[in-house]
Design a protein around this ligand. Structure first.
Ligand code: GUN
Length: 281
C-alpha cells in the first residue's frame, strides 16, 4: 500500500491562520526581530520567508542584516536593546553564526521570554522537565504533524537520526514526553541501519542526501524527513530516498512541503505565545 503523504504546507497554512486570528484580537501586534550575521545564502532565504510569515500573521517584524565582521560586543548590544523593547516579543538569531562569534554566549543573552527558538538553556531546561513556554520549532512542528494525522507515539519505537541541539535532541525529548520509546542515533552509532529499520516512527535530521534507503524503513513505519539538502542538480531534497521509502511507509513527509513549512509556522506560534505572555493575556 502506498504511503500517505503528510502535507506540511497545508497544515502550516492552517496553523498560521489560527495564529493570525488570535493575534488580531491582542491589544498590541506580536513583534519579531530576526538577526542575520554574515551573508550565508541559505540563511538569507530563511530570513526572507520569516518576514513573509510575519506579514501573513499580522505581526510586526524587524530584520537586522549585519556584516560578517560584526563583533561579539556589537551583537550582544543589539540583543540587549531588543530585550528592552516593549514592541518586540521574539528575538531570533539565525544560526550558524560566522566563525569568531560565540553562539552560546549570544543565545544566553536573549531574554528567555523572547527566545522563540527555544534555544536558551533556561528554555531547554524547561523543555527537558516537560514544562516549556515555547516548543522548539522544528520538533514542535513534527509533533503537530503527528497529531494532525492521529499518529500517537505512545508505546511506539521512535528512532531519531541526528543529535543536534536544534533538532535531534529536542525531537527525542518531545517523543519521550509523548510516551515513545526513543533511540537517538548519530555518526558514532555502529548499527544505525538496523536501529532505523526497527522504528515505528523514524525521524531523520542528519543532512545527508540518500541516507535513508528502503532497507532502513520498516513496513508500515512513519517516516519524517527533517533535512533540507541540495542534490547534485541543486534540487532541494531530504535525507530519505523518497520513492523507495514511500513504498514501505504508512506515512511520509516530502521535502520540500513537509517539515520546513511547519518549522516556520511554529515560529509564528511561539511569537504569539511570547506576545500573550508579555501582554498578560
Ligand atoms: N538555523 C537553522 N535552523 C534554525 C532555526 O530553527 N533557528 C535559528 N535561529 N537558526 C537556524
Amino acid at each position: 500500500m502506498a504511503a500517505t503523504r503528510i502535507d506540511g504546507k497545508a497544515l502550516a497554512a492552517k496553523l498560521k491562520e489560527n495564529v493570525r486570528a488570535e493575534a488580531a484580537v491582542l491589544p498590541r501586534k506580536p513583534g519579531l526581530a530576526v538577526i542575520l550575521v554574515g551573508d550565508d545564502p541559505a540563511s538569507r532565504v530563511y530570513v526572507t520567508s520569516k518576514r513573509k510569515d510575519c506579514e501573513e500573521c499580522g505581526f510586526y517584524s524587524e530584520e537586522y542584516a549585519l556584516p560578517a565582521e560584526t563583533t561579539q560586543k556589537q551583537l550582544l548590544e543589539l540583543v540587549a536593546e531588543l530585550n528592552g523593547r516593549a514592541d518586540i516579543d521574539g528575538i531570533l538569531v539565525q544560526l550558524p553564526l560566522p566563525k569568531g562569534l560565540d553562539e552560546r554566549e549570544v543565545l544566553l543573552a536573549i531574554d528567555p521570554t523572547k527566545d522563540v527558538d527555544c534555544f536558551h538553556p533556561y528554555n531547554v531546561g524547561q523543555l527537558t522537565i516537560g514544562t516549556p513556554i515555547f516548543q522548539p520549532c522544528t520538533p514542535g512542528g513534527v509533533m503537530e504533524m503527528l497529531r494532525e494525522y492521529h499518529i500517537d507515539p505512545a508505546g511506539k519505537r521512535c528512532v531519531v537520526l541526528g543529535r543536534s541541539n536544534i533538532v535531534g535532541k529536542p525531537m527525542a525529548l518531545l517523543l519521550l514526553h509523548a510516551h515513545g520509546t526513543v533511540v537517538t542515533c548519530h555518526s558514532k552509532t555502529p548499527d544505525l541501519k538496523e536501529l532505523a529499520a526497527s522504528a515505528d516512527i523514524l525521524v531523520s535530521a542528519v543532512g545527508k542526501t540518500g541516507l535513508v534507503t528502503a532497507d532502513m524503513v520498516k513496513e508500515g513505519a512513519v517516516v519524517i524527513d527533517v533535512a533540507m539538502n541540495r542534490n547534485q542538480a541543486g534540487k532541494l531534497c531530504g535525507d530519505v530516498c523518497f520513492e523507495e521509502a514511500a513504498a514501505k511507509a504508512s506515512y511520509i513527509t516530502p521535502v520540500p512541503g513537509g517539515v520546513g513549512p511547519m518549522t516556520r509556522a511554529m515560529l509564528m506560534k511561539n511569537t504569539l505565545t511570547a506576545a500573550k505572555l508579555h501582554q498578560g493575556v
